[in-house]
Design a protein around this ligand. Structure first.
Ligand SMILES: Nc1ccn([C@@H]2O[C@H](COP(=O)(O)O)[C@@H](O)[C@H]2O)c(=O)n1
Ligand SMILES: C[C@@]1(CO)OP(=O)(O)OP(=O)(O)OC[C@H]1O
Length: 156
């Protein structure tokens, strides 16, 4: 059996607006919004990068571009479905994946299991979701944006 591991990192700045944040393919109301060409979902994007990296298929920019109108405002779920289509097209199966959010807010603890269920359903394999702050250190700690870190394991 072939096994491949991949990692992904994504960071987006907050836009300065308040509204319904898209994060981990869930909606978080009354939250600072992330800037981005798509919906800026750093959790979904980090997961896409980990899946693409494990399959040797490049990264978000090489697959989706950075300003392609087809992906303007695209949801994390849409990008994940497309990344998974490519991964499966290259004959890889997802064994499992992990994603960690880094940031002070939103506090994800009360919705952590909901996010895991949602991401696992989209990916079709177990996805663990966790979060950490930076104890207010650095740009994430100052609340200037959010980061996602992900690993993915593929088999065939
Ligand atoms: N955005 C976040 C960040 C953290 N959590 C939860 O808090 C725990 C403690 O975080 P520290 O950075 O202070 O170690 C962390 O393990 C998460 O359970 C959260 O829910 N949302
Ligand atoms: C996802 C894409 C799609 O245009 O846009 P952004 O929302 O800016 O996200 P980023 O993580 O910077 O990756 C680049 C792009 O592929």
């Amino acid at each position: 059996m072939d096994i491949r591991i991949g990692q992904g990192v994504d960071v987006h700045a907050f836009s300065g607006e308040i509204g319904t944040l898209k994060l981990a393919c869930l909606e978080w109301s009354d939250s600072p919004l992330l800037a981005g060409h798509s919906d800026g979902d750093v959790v979904a994007h980090a997961l896409c990068d980990a899946l693409l990296s494990a399959a040797g298929l490049g990264d978000l920019g090489s697959v989706f571009g950075v300003d392609d109108p087809r992906w303007a405002g695209a949801s994390g779920k849409t990008l994940l479905h497309e990344a998974l289509r490519l991964v499966r097209g290259a004959r890889w199966n997802v064994a499992n994946a992990t994603v960690q959010l880094i940031g002070q807010k939103p506090r994800i603890a009360v919705r952590r299991l909901e996010a895991e269920t949602t991401l696992s359903e989209i990916v079709g394999a177990p996805v663990s979701f966790s979060a950490t702050t930076t104890d207010h250190l650095g740009f994430l700690g100052r609340g200037e944006g959010l980061a996602g870190l992900s690993t993915a394991l593929l088999t065939r």
